[in-house]
Write a protein that binds this ligand. Structure first.
Ligand code: ZN
Length: 479
């Protein structure tokens, strides 16, 4: 089925235009002021007057099907991508989880291809995950980039498979040679271990202590370290995932002033939820019977911060210091989260959110006049597509691009609630939040896969997208 969208406002990262748009065979075939077709054509016509049409959301930070050691996340590549689609996201780039100690990069890639094939309802790719460094891993990176289309990799400065500084330098230098983007989870492992042991030895194990054991300085220190290591590695471009604090943001701003290619991602949870969530009471709906339950919902790393940091992050979004908004979707059920009733250290880290990003940023950003509609499209679709080798096929409304489109009705009011969500987690972190504007139709490569919150797509429709290496224009900083 091909689609003709009439009377829409088509929004890109740099322009908005009133036009009609026709798809054919999954591609945007034509954009013109007025497209008329013969009555008998097999094209579905959508009148989008008063609505925005944006390039489908590109969420470059999800964890579907991930095994975090103490639990297996509850969304797989079917439920996770259905949830994404219902929230206006048409492409995800998933961060592959750790494999067995010493495993190759290809080992995880093969597993993830199996996880996603026949299940994904929207297009997808994966970031490589570096869990150790040796000659064979450094060698293997080349075929990952050039043959497998995996042009970005993530390394961790904390958790069991953290890299030390010499390993980080080796990875940065090699990936820079290959024009691949290095993503980093920046938290100071030693500082967190010290604080956590001290806090636990005092008998403090409620959810709030999760946040207090990894304060903003732990994250900021690691952001600063990465910025310096990237310079030492020959000006390697880096991408900071899930930035949650204003101190690290300041370091990134300074790097930009020197022209350094440091790209930062933040997430809706850091822009709209705060540290008080860890102290909330558990009587909501009467469903919980433990005082920690409400706080456990929000256990993630980095943790939620206070209002100061939240305001700083908004400032960073508005002034362009922050390049993208992604979700870090890593969903668990409350039954899984209950492991943290015995102490925050036992609670699996992560929250659902892949369905909330596009609507939430529209409402909180565009409708509250913090960002323009074009800047919004840049943050949720265009810039992530550009940084991760998907552009101009994704992240752009233009003839010849994939017909991945989302129609947003700015008049639609929605109160976010678990009842409306499509993932497998049994809670919504944004329960009760009122949004102005919501996606009403999601189109993936020309197929209408969501109408008014009802999923109409098919498992296996999603395709693996071979990603190109980092574009030359992103080897230095410019807005
Ligand atoms: Zn993550």
């Amino acid at each position: 089925m091909n689609v003709l969208i009439k009377n829409a406002t088509l929004v890109n990262a740099d322009t908005s235009e009133r036009a009609d748009l026709l798809t054919r065979d999954g591609i945007i075939e034509r954009i013109a002021p007025n497209i008329e077709l013969p009555d008998d054509s097999s094209v579905e016509i959508i009148n989008a007057a008063g609505h925005y049409v944006i390039p489908g959301g590109v969420d470059v930070h999800t964890h579907l099907n991930i095994d975090v050691g103490i639990a297996q996340s509850c969304d797989d590549f079917y439920s996770g991508t259905v949830s994404a689609a219902c929230g206006g996201t048409t492409t995800i780039v998933d961060h592959m989880g750790f494999g067995p100690a010493g495993c190759s990069l290809h080992h995880q890639l093969e597993r993830y291809h199996e996880f996603a094939r026949d299940k994904a309802v929207i297009d997808y790719s994966f970031h490589g995950t570096i869990q150790h460094i040796d000659d064979s891993i450094l060698e293997e990176m080349e075929s990952m980039v050039l043959e497998e289309g995996i042009s970005s990799f993530k390394l961790y400065l904390t958790y069991g498979y953290k890299l030390d500084d010499s390993e980080v330098l080796a990875a940065l230098e090699r990936l820079n040679q290959l024009n691949a983007l290095t993503c980093v989870h920046p938290e100071n492992d030693g500082a967190i271990r010290f604080l956590k042991e001290k806090i636990l030895s005092q008998g403090s194990n409620a959810p709030i202590y999760h946040a207090l054991s990894r304060p903003p300085e732990c994250e900021a220190e690691a952001v600063g370290r990465m910025i310096n290591l990237a310079t030492l590695a020959g000006d390697a471009p880096i991408y900071i995932v899930h930035l949650s604090n204003g101190i690290g943001l300041e370091y990134i701003r300074q790097a930009h002033q020197r022209g350094q290619a440091v790209f930062a991602e933040t997430c809706p949870q850091y822009l709209s939820l705060d540290i008080n969530k860890y102290n909330s009471s558990s009587n909501e709906g009467g469903a919980s019977d433990h005082p920690y339950d409400e706080g456990l919902k929000y256990i993630m790393s980095p943790p939620l911060r206070d209002n100061y940091h939240q305001n700083q992050l908004w400032q960073g979004v508005m002034d362009g210091t922050i390049s993208t908004v992604a979700t870090d979707h890593c969903a668990f059920t409350m039954a899984q989260k209950h492991a943290g009733r015995d102490g925050f250290q036992y609670c699996p880290n992560g929250i659902p959110g892949v369905e909330n990003r596009v609507p939430l940023l529209f409402s909180e950003g565009v409708m509250k006049d913090r960002i323009s509609i074009n800047h919004y499209v840049e943050l949720v679709s265009t810039r992530p597509a550009q940084l991760f080798g998907l552009y101009p096929r994704k992240g752009l409304i233009a003839e010849g691009a994939d017909a991945d489109l989302v129609i947003i009705d700015p008049e639609r009011e929605v109160t976010l609630s678990q009842r409306l969500m499509h993932g497998r987690s049994d809670y919504c972190p944004y329960e009760g939040m009122r949004l102005q504007g919501y996606p009403v139709i999601t189109i993936s490569r020309g197929e209408i896969i969501v109408r008014d919150g009802h999923f109409t797509g098919t498992p296996g429709h999603g395709e693996f997208i071979y990603r190109k290496p980092l574009d030359e224009g992103f080897r230095y900083w410019s807005k």
